[in-house]
Write a protein that binds this ligand. Structure first.
Ligand SMILES: C[S@@+](CC[C@H](N)C(=O)[O-])C[C@H]1O[C@@H](n2cnc3c(N)ncnc32)[C@H](O)[C@@H]1O
Length: 202
C-alpha cells in the first residue's frame, strides 16, 4: 500500500475491530514483556493512527510516532488532542529525518512487511538504539500471500523467525525473544502474529 492508499484508509482505519484487537494484543505484549519506565524515549516506526503507541505512551517518558502517511498522522493528532496525551510526538517523514539522536525503545508493528529493504532499516534501528535499548518487532509469520486482500505495497509475505533472529544477532543485538501473541483468522486460515524483542548490549 502506498502512502496515498494509507492516507485514504486513515479516517476509517480504527473502524475494523480486528485491527484494534490485534493492536491491543501487540501493545499488551510489549508492556508485559519489556521493563518499560517513564524515563524512556521511545519511537514507533509506522505508527499509523497510534493504536499501539498510544497504549505504550502511558508506560514511557516520551514516544515519537513516525509514519509516511500524513492521513494516518492527522488521525493520530486528533486522538492526541481529544485524549490530551502530552507525551506523544507525531512525525511524518523518514527515519533519517528524525533529529532525536537515540532511543531506549523502537517499536515496529505490522509495518516491517511494507519495507522493501528491511535489513537496512533494522541496521538503522540498531545504530539509533541506546546501549541497553530495546527493539520490538510485531508482524506476520511467513504466509502464502493471502493475508492482504491486495498485495500492492506488500514487500514481504511475513517473516521467517529463525532468519530474523539471525539477522538481529548479526547486528549485535542479544536477549532475543520470540512469542506468538495473536492469530488472525480469515480465508479459512490462521495467520500467526509474532512479537520479537531484542536488546542492544551496554
Ligand atoms: C498496517 S499499518 C500499522 C499501523 C500501526 N503500527 C498498528 O500496528 O496499528 C502500517 C503503517 O506503516 C506505514 N508505513 C508504510 N511504509 C512506511 C515507510 N516506508 N515509512 C514509514 N511508515 C510506513 C503506513 O503508512 C501505515 O500507517
Amino acid at each position: 500500500m502506498s502512502s496515498e492508499k494509507f492516507d485514504k484508509a486513515a479516517a476509517s482505519w480504527d473502524a475494523k475491530p480486528i485491527r484494534v484487537r490485534l493492536a491491543d494484543a501487540i501493545s499488551a505484549a510489549i508492556i508485559s514483556k519489556l521493563p518499560l519506565n517513564t524515563n524512556m524515549i521511545a519511537l514507533e516506526y509506522g505508527c499509523g493512527t497510534g493504536l499501539v503507541s498510544l497504549e505504550v505512551a502511558s508506560k514511557v517518558g516520551t514516544i515519537y510516532g513516525l509514519d509516511s502517511s500524513t492521513g494516518m498522522i492527522d488521525v493520530l493528532n486528533e486522538k492526541i488532542y481529544h485524549h490530551e496525551v502530552e507525551n506523544m510526538v507525531p512525525f511524518v517523514g523518514e527515519f533519517t529525518d528524525l533529529t532525536i539522536p537515540s532511543f531506549d525503545l523502537i517499536i515496529i508493528s505490522m509495518t516491517l512487511h511494507h519495507i522493501v529493504d528491511y535489513p537496512k532499516l533494522l541496521t538503522q534501528f540498531c545504530t539509533r538504539l541506546k546501549p541497553g535499548g530495546f527493539l520490538a518487532i510485531a508482524d506476520l509469520e511467513e504466509e502464502d500471500g493471502t493475508f492482504h486482500d491486495d498485495n500492492d505495497g506488500i514487500a514481504h509475505f511475513g517473516f521467517n523467525l529463525a532468519s530474523l533472529n539471525q539477522q538481529l544477532s548479526q547486528l549485535g543485538l542479544n536477549e532475543i525473544n520470540k512469542n506468538a501473541i495473536f492469530t488472525v483468522g480469515k480465508n479459512n486460515k490462521n495467520y500467526p502474529i509474532f512479537l520479537l524483542t531484542a536488546r542492544k548490549p551496554f
